[in-house]
Design a protein around this ligand. Structure first.
Ligand SMILES: [Fe+2]
Length: 265
């Protein structure tokens, strides 16, 4: 999603959250990529975009994150940055109003560092159809509950859709990127329903509208950047650092952080 100020974004995502700027690609000033385990936040410079929902972020130690949050000062003054410590998570507001829920491995799954889920707030009465879309079109496993559904999209990763009364209909164009093992199957359905918005190349297309696959009723808008497993960036090695290294408490050989690989269940 777009951010208006790279200095403030670097301070928030790297210094405070403890994540790592991609050392190889998008070295500004037009864009910055922030690594979080095996996922990334892509932050081009521009008018800020706000996710209608929140992003789950797994961090190795909540206590260390809390210490960094409490230390913050000038760059985040006069922004919307804020945080609240809860028993098992820390709610964080980014400088432009995006909501993050920071958790530790074991709270919801085994991810030690990264983005275990994204939750979207959607209109009442849509999640049955949304689950059906991901099941039938995207071939995902899903779980439905009262007023919501979870879509399992990878090891220790899911999308969550939650029905809310005060749904915000103003979509500002932010997007998620997903890698899919079946690239052409969903494309066939989406194309026949006129839902493909961009044919980037042979390994990527985009769609934005989620519809009920049976009734074709429009349900929710969130751009999906869909990539095949042949995309050159699939499973790209992402560098992660140990955010607790500093000049004052330096430990030789502890600069890098390697998130534990989760067990396949
Ligand atoms: Fe993207």
């Amino acid at each position: 999603m777009f951010i208006p100020d790279q200095t403030v974004a670097t301070y928030f995502y790297a210094n405070v959250l403890g994540l790592t700027r991609d050392p190889y690609i998008e070295w500004g000033p037009g864009n910055m990529w922030i690594n979080a385990g095996k996922q990334q936040f892509h932050l081009p410079t521009g008018k800020p975009q706000i996710l209608r929902g929140h992003v789950g972020v797994s961090v190795p130690k909540l206590s260390e994150l809390e210490a960094r949050l409490r230390k913050t000062n000038s760059p985040l003054n006069k922004t919307r940055f804020d945080f609240t410590r809860h028993k098992h998570h820390i709610s964080v507001i980014c400088p432009w109003g995006n909501r993050l829920k920071c958790i530790e491995k074991g709270t919801i799954n085994d991810m030690e560092l990264g983005i275990p889920y994204v939750e979207f707030e959607v209109p009442a009465g849509t999640t049955k159809g949304i689950a059906s879309f991901y099941e039938r079109v995207m071939n995902c496993k899903t779980r439905r509950k009262a007023g919501g559904c979870s879509i399992f999209v990878g090891r220790d990763q899911f999308l969550s859709f939650k029905e809310v009364k005060n749904f915000n209909p103003n979509y500002d164009g932010h997007h998620i990127a997903i890698y899919v093992s079946n690239f052409s199957g969903p494309h066939k359905f989406l194309k026949s329903n006129n839902l493909i918005t961009d044919e980037t190349d042979q390994n990527q297309y985009r769609f934005t509208k989620i519809i009920d696959p049976k009734t074709k009723r429009f349900l929710f808008e969130i751009e999906h950047e869909v990539r095949s497993l042949y995309h050159p960036m699939y499973e790209r090695t992402l560098i992660n650092r140990n955010p607790d290294q500093s000049f004052f408490n330096y430990q030789r050989g502890r600069d890098a952080f390697f998130p534990a690989e989760t067990n396949v269940k």
